[in-house]
Design a protein around this ligand. Structure first.
Ligand SMILES: CC(C)(COP(=O)(O)OP(=O)(O)OC[C@H]1O[C@@H](n2cnc3c(N)ncnc32)[C@H](O)[C@@H]1OP(=O)(O)O)[C@@H](O)C(=O)NCCC(=O)NCCS
Length: 439
């Protein structure tokens, strides 16, 4: 492997700032292309004045950590896990190996791989009380709500998980979480369908076992088509990490309180539950259904250009080029449709993509298909209802969240997350009793 470290400290580089309130100049060191918030805080209008701060809702231009896990170059459309291009991992690796890579920082050798796969497989079962607990949900409970609550509940089954300073203990919880997520996700799915929960089959691989827990009925063994298993593995690999996105930031923020990893992962699941994060592929399906047929595509595109609506599954905050995951997913879609038959909405999607990629409106704004443009079509072809789409995201993202959590716990730079605010409310009011307030 070639060692091309993404960032390095920039010795001697600095930024000179003049505070026009005082006429004073400050020299702020630039390290890794950033200035330190704490250096800005040295700038004050007077000795007792408030420290200068940055107002940055949504952390648009604020680095919250150093990380060696995932590298993204949005302009070039590059995504790498621990330095390995996503294209190579999707083609040659499998989900559990990628999970190992994310968590441990290196690909496993044969022995490490065997141990890791054995550990994860061995821990797929959950305590019977978890099953009873899940059965208590309403018949129509959203599977993400069930997943969220169940992962949070796991911390009560493993109280030792709060000892996050012990490396062996941390490893145990990481294994448990990666192992049990498919079980919990599948049971949430079965619950909504009123079907009995299916126990893990530890003779099957990670994705194959998940499919069996989802779809097995009376047969002794559920054997999914190998091409579908592989497509799911690829989707899991593509969704395993994406650096400091909303849910990862939630995991890190909650994890910074030094809570146990189950509780920190629950924060990630909660963030993913939101439509701005995990729900875009469902919106793509709704859009394709609304368009209805290929001949309506030009009219729809005109509507988008007139600002009446958005082309869902296009555009990305970071990628200003073809999302590298979208290319791989398009191939996976073809593989899945070879087994399930073509989803009629695919033709509309392909036509939309073709027109949009040639149209000046989209070209000028650098709007390209993102990961969600084709993933919903695949999930639908695999018989998943839209409520399950986000669960299918949460399961593989668990390894990324855990890798980020581990990095946080080991990072001496990290402190409890506590942003500043700009206070805009009243001050120094005098309390008046309720009787005197009238009304
Ligand atoms: C992902 C997304 C939220 C990124 O937003 P952003 O980085 O804040 O980009 P902006 O909203 O500032 O968009 C920049 C310009 O492109 C346009 N644009 C962005 N996404 C667009 C889309 N999907 N369809 C049509 N126009 C779009 C905006 O209208 C804006 O045009 P303007 O400069 O004329 O005002 C946005 O592209 C979007 O809503 N996409 C559709 C939803 C989606 O697929 N989400 C999944 C993301 S993985």
């Amino acid at each position: 492997m070639t060692d091309q470290t993404a960032t390095s400290s920039s010795d001697g580089q600095s930024l000179t700032v003049r505070d026009n309130r005082t006429g004073q100049d400050y020299e702020l060191p630039i390290v890794d292309g950033t200035i330190r918030g704490s250096d800005l805080a040295k700038i004050k209008a007077g000795d007792d004045g408030p420290a200068l701060a940055v107002f940055d809702p949504g952390f648009i231009n604020t680095a919250s950590c150093r990380s060696a896990i995932t590298y993204i170059d949005g302009d070039q459309g590059v995504l790498e896990y621990r330095g390995y291009p996503i294209e190579q991992l999707a083609e040659k690796s499998n989900y559990l190996e990628v999970a190992y890579l994310l968590v441990h920082g290196e690909l496993p050798n044969k022995e490490q791989s065997d141990t890791w796969v054995h550990e994860i497989t061995y821990h797929t079962f959950v305590h019977e009380n978890v099953k009873t607990f899940m059965q208590g949900f309403r018949y129509d409970a959203h599977p993400m709500g069930m997943l969220l609550a169940s992962v949070g509940a796991l911390s009560t089954f493993y109280p030792e998980s709060s000892n996050i300073t012990d490396a062996g203990n941390r490893h145990m919880q990481i294994v448990r979480l990666i192992a049990k997520m498919p079980t919990l996700g599948a049971w949430a799915f079965r619950h909504a369908q009123g079907k009995p929960y299916v126990y893990p089959d530890n003779d099957l691989g990670y994705a194959a076992n998940f499919l069996a827990m989802l779809f097995r009925m009376s047969e002794q063994r559920f054997e999914a088509d190998e091409r579908l298993i592989r497509a799911l593995e690829v989707l899991f690999i593509l969704h395993a990490d994406h650096e400091q996105n909303c849910s990862t930031n939630a995991v890190r923020s909650v994890g910074s309180s030094q809570v146990d990893p189950y509780s920190a992962m629950t924060a990630g699941i909660a963030a993913l539950y939101g439509p701005l994060h995990g729900g875009a592929n469902e919106a793509v399906l709704r859009m394709l259904r609304r368009i209805g047929s290929i001949d309506k595509v030009p009219e729809f595109i005109e509507g988008v250009k007139a600002g009446k609506e958005r082309l869902m599954g296009f555009g990305h905050r970071v990628y200003k080029n073809y999302d590298p995951r979208a290319k791989i997913i398009k191939q996976a879609a073809e593989d899945v449709f070879a087994v399930t038959g073509v989803n009629p909405l695919l033709k509309i999607a392909v036509e939309l993509e073709k027109i949009a990629l040639e149209d000046e409106y989209f070209v000028k704004r650098r709007l390209y298909p993102n990961v969600d443009f084709y993933s919903g079509l695949i999930y639908e072809a695999l018989s998943f209802p839209p409520e399950m789409f986000t669960v299918l995201f949460a399961i593989p993202r668990t390894s990324g969240w855990l890798a980020q959590w581990l990095e946080l716990v080991d990072d001496s730079d990290q402190k409890i997350a506590r942003p500043k605010q700009i206070y805009t409310g009243p001050r120094k009011l005098d309390y008046v009793s309720c009787q005197e307030r009238g009304g």
